[in-house]
Design a protein around this ligand. Structure first.
Ligand SMILES: [Zn+2]
Length: 323
């Protein structure tokens, strides 16, 4: 029987939503501004009003009995058991835990699940993206930070207290730089899109290198990971060095995930994943060197497939029975 689920991706700028079938098809999508400055309760009300609008839309109203639930992917601290969201990053004036599960269930009468955005994206990829059909999927999102998720048999692995899968905060250098999480030498400090841009900026500032990045930033334009990629495609030595370093540290972390979890696939998404094999080949090389039982031959490293839709697709999967 066809199931429909409403997935909501709470972002700092936009709230995106989609109605997803249990075959992974989006029957319609919505996008509204978050208006985060109004504070947590107001944002939750906007999300809830959006759910009401979705349920009344012609595509969904005619299939109302097929709607099995609502899933929400959010930044910040998400207690998926209590169904609360606290301090989402990029949304100011949201300090207290908001009981979003209770609020939605009382108003809409639909089972509601909330999880952090990286877990939602990973679940989306595992169910309907690059990890489709695989039993153990590790997902990484290379953005401002490095988000992570562990998905086993179509379910996010949460650990004992709900905080498993914070893979970006795996240590890859005990003498590395301090991280905002309180840790030292986290892989996020080397392999996020921000870290890639920062290291390229440092090398350019040394003034000793010839590089497209030197030319492109001469007028004060800040260097981005996208610029590093564009230079690397032109075989720019400095850009290639920056990517090699990010890939090496990422490869150390991924090797550790392989030893611990023996996943079938490591799915890499987020802005910096556009580098594709330029970055992934460094990861594969580290895995080949470091993982003694050579899951290099069985663990694939591949690019996420759902792009911008991963957030709401994965959120919808929180409420679906996918397998
Ligand atoms: Zn950290």
């Amino acid at each position: 029987m066809e199931q429909l689920s409403i997935g909501i991706d709470l972002g700092g700028t936009y709230i995106k939503a989609g109605v997803i079938t249990n075959q992974g098809k989006a029957i319609r999508q919505w996008k509204i501004p978050t208006e985060g400055q109004q504070g947590g309760p107001a944002v939750v009300r906007r999300m809830s009003d959006l759910v009401a609008e979705i349920l009344e839309s012609p595509e969904v109203a005619s299939k109302r009995d097929s709607v099995v639930g609502v899933g929400i992917g959010s930044p910040g601290l998400v207690d998926q058991r209590a169904g609360t969201i606290t301090r989402p990053v990029n949304i100011p004036n949201w300090e207290d835990a908001v009981p979003i599960k209770k609020i939605f269930e009382e108003r809409h009468g639909l089972p509601t699940q909330a999880d952090n955005d990286a877990n939602a994206c990973g679940l989306g990829e595992a169910c309907f993206g690059a990890g489709r059909g695989k039993s153990v999927v590790v997902a990484l999102t290379l953005g401002t930070g490095v988000g992570g998720a562990i998905v086993v048999d179509g379910k996010v692995f949460h650990g004992s207290r709900g905080y498993a899968g914070e893979l970006g905060h795996t240590c890859v250098d005990p003498e590395g730089p301090p991280c905002a999480c309180g840790g030292i030498g986290c892989v996020e400090g080397y392999a996020s899109a921000n870290a890639i841009a920062r290291y390229a900026t440092e090398l350019v500032a040394q003034g000793r290198h010839k590089s497209y990045l030197v030319d492109w930033s001469r007028d004060g334009t800040p260097i981005t990971s996208k610029m590093v990629y564009e230079a690397a495609v032109k075989q720019d030595p400095l850009a290639l060095r920056v990517i090699a370093r990010a890939g090496r540290y990422l490869g150390v972390a991924v090797s550790n995930f392989c030893v611990a979890l023996n996943p079938e696939v490591v799915v890499i998404g987020g802005g910096a994943s556009a580098m594709g094999d330029l970055l992934f080949d460094h990861i594969r090389r580290e895995m080949e060197m470091r993982v003694y039982f050579s899951p290099y031959y069985t663990t694939e490293v591949c690019r996420a497939q759902l792009g911008e839709d991963a957030g709401f697709t994965g959120a919808a999967c929180l409420a679906l029975t996918v397998r």
